[in-house]
Structure formats: structure tokens, C-alpha cells
Design a protein around this ligand. Structure first.
Ligand SMILES: [Zn+2]
Length: 53
């Protein structure tokens, strides 16, 4: 059984989900937030972990 949980990364400005990632909840306890390019905003913004549907 995999311990990697799929997560979505959503832009903190427009809230759109642009990326998907994985987080091992046993190793990484903090929520993931990464600076990534958002094609909707046309710039790099902070992307925060969101629940995957
Ligand atoms: Zn955006």
C-alpha cells in the first residue's frame, strides 16, 4: 500500500489548480506550498496544497 498521497497545488491568487504532486504524510507533516508558474495569472505565484477531488 502506498503512503504517498496525491495532492493538488492551487494558485494562491486565482485558486485554480495547476499542478499535482505527492506528499508522504508520514515524512512531511507541513502542508506543501511551492512557487510555480501560473498560466492564468501569467506569472509565478505561490501554490498551496489543496485537497484532490
Ligand atoms: Zn493564478
Amino acid at each position: 500500500m502506498s503512503q504517498d498521497n496525491l495532492i493538488a497545488l492551487s494558485c494562491s491568487e486565482c485558486k485554480r489548480i495547476n499542478y499535482h504532486s505527492k506528499r508522504n504524510k508520514k515524512k512531511v507533516k507541513e502542508k506543501v506550498s511551492l512557487k510555480k508558474y501560473c498560466p492564468w495569472c501569467g506569472k509565478h505565484t505561490l501554490h498551496k496544497e489543496a485537497k484532490l477531488k
